[in-house]
Design a protein around this ligand. Structure first.
Ligand code: SF4
Length: 337
C-alpha cells in the first residue's frame, strides 16, 4: 500500500498572502525541519513500513521551491541519501506554479525528485487575482508543461468555491485540468479560516460562498470524471482535523467529504442504470470489490434515498467492475436484465 513519509516545510518568507491561507502557519509556531529531521523520519520509516518500494519522501507545505536555496538543498540532500539508494520509491513535493523553471527542475532531477504537485487552485485569472494568489492560470499551464517535459509525475491541486468563483469559473478550472490531464489531483473545497482575508470578506458580506450542496456537486463531478479519465484523485476534502474544526469560520468542511462525493457518484450511476420511472421493488447491482460502503453512501444515505421512492437496492461485488461503475443484474421477479 502506498505511503508517504510526510515532512511539513512551513513556507519561509512567503512573498504572497493568499486570501485563504492562515498566515500563522507561515509566520511562526511551526518548527522548521532540518536534515536531521529528514534522516530520522526516513530511518523510522525503514523500520516501520512494510513496503518501502511504494513509499515516497514527501515535502509538503505549499512552496518548496520558493524557500531559500541553501535550505532547499539541505533537505533534498538528506532525502536523496535514502531515495537515491533506491530505498524508497522517490521524492514528492508541492510548490507554487510561478516557482518552476528549468533551473529549478534541473536541480530537482539531480536530487531524485520524482513527483511535483502544483497549487493551481483555479484556472480563472479573475478568481486567482481575487484570492490574491500572485500567479496566473498561464503560470499553471507553463509549469505543468515543463514538469511533463522533464518527465516528473505531475500533480495539480484545485480549490472549489473560492471567492468570486461561480459555475463558469468552476467549469473553466475543471475543463482545463481535464485537458492538462495531470497524473494526480487534489480537490479541496474552500475552508474559511480565522485570521484570513476570506474571513474578513465573509464577515463584511462581500464573499457570499456557494451552498454546501453546490460545492458537493462540483466536487463530485470532478472526482468522478477525473477518476474515469485515469487521473488519480489522491485527496478530496481536507483531512478531518481538530485544528480545522476549531479555526474555521465558514466554507465547506465535512470530516467525510470524499465519502459524500463517492456516495453521490454511486447514486447518480444507480439512477442512470434504473432509467426513468423504475417500478417499486428490489434491484441488485454488481459493483467493484470493496465498494459496498461507498455505494450505500455515508450513513446509508443512498439506501434511504431510494427507499423513499419504494426501491430497495442491493449490491454484490465483482473484481472486474471498475470503481464507481454499477451494473444492474436483477430486479425482483425477473432473471438477469
Ligand atoms: S497558500 Fe499562499 S500564502 Fe499560504 S504558503 Fe502557500 S503561497 Fe504562501
Amino acid at each position: 500500500m502506498h505511503s508517504n513519509i510526510s515532512i511539513f516545510v512551513p513556507h519561509v518568507g512567503c512573498p504572497h498572502k493568499c486570501a485563504f491561507c492562515d498566515q500563522r502557519t507561515i509566520t511562526g509556531e511551526q518548527k522548521l525541519p532540518h536534515k536531521e529531521d529528514v534522516e530520522r523520519a526516513c530511518l523510522q520509516a525503514l523500520e516501520e513500513v512494510s513496503d518501502i518500494t511504494d513509499t515516497e519522501i514527501a515535502f509538503f507545505g505549499g512552496s518548496f521551491t520558493a524557500i531559500p536555496r541553501d535550505y532547499m538543498l539541505e533537505l533534498l540532500t538528506a532525502a536523496y541519501k535514502f531515495a537515491g539508494e533506491g530505498k524508497f520509491k522517490g521524492i514528492r513535493l508541492s510548490t507554487r506554479p510561478d516557482y518552476i523553471n528549468s533551473e529549478i527542475l534541473d536541480i530537482l532531477k539531480q536530487y531524485g525528485v520524482t513527483a511535483i504537485e502544483l497549487g493551481a487552485q483555479s484556472m480563472s485569472d479573475e478568481v486567482l487575482e481575487a484570492n490574491e494568489r500572485g500567479h496566473t492560470a498561464e503560470d499553471v499551464r507553463q509549469a505543468s508543461k515543463l514538469i511533463r517535459e522533464y518527465g516528473f509525475e505531475l500533480g495539480l491541486q484545485m480549490m472549489v468555491g473560492l471567492y468570486k468563483s461561480g459555475h463558469q469559473q468552476e467549469d473553466e478550472t475543471f475543463n482545463e485540468i481535464m485537458a492538462i490531464h495531470p497524473d494526480t489531483v487534489r480537490i479541496y473545497p474552500v475552508v474559511i479560516l480565522k485570521h484570513t482575508r476570506l474571513a474578513e470578506l465573509l464577515a463584511s458580506g462581500e464573499y457570499k460562498p456557494m451552498s454546501f450542496d453546490e460545492v458537493l456537486s462540483l466536487s463530485t463531478r470532478a472526482l468522478g470524471a477525473f477518476t474515469e479519465a485515469g487521473i488519480k484523485v489522491i485527496k478530496c476534502g481536507l483531512h478531518a482535523s481538530e485544528f480545522v474544526e476549531k479555526d474555521m469560520v465558514g466554507g465547506f468542511y465535512h470530516p467525510a467529504f470524499r465519502e459524500l462525493c463517492e456516495g453521490m457518484i454511486y447514486r447518480q450511476a444507480i439512477e442512470k442504470a434504473l432509467g426513468d420511472a423504475p417500478e417499486n421493488g428490489t434491484y441488485t447491482f454488481i459493483i467493484g470489490k470493496g465498494c459496498i460502503s461507498k455505494a450505500v453512501g455515508h450513513k446509508r444515505a443512498n439506501r434511504e434515498y431510494f427507499e423513499k421512492s419504494g426501491l430497495r437496492i442491493k449490491f454484490t461485488e465483482d473484481n472486474d467492475i471498475p470503481l464507481y461503475e454499477v451494473r444492474l443484474i436483477k430486479s425482483e421477479g425477473s432473471e438477469n436484465v
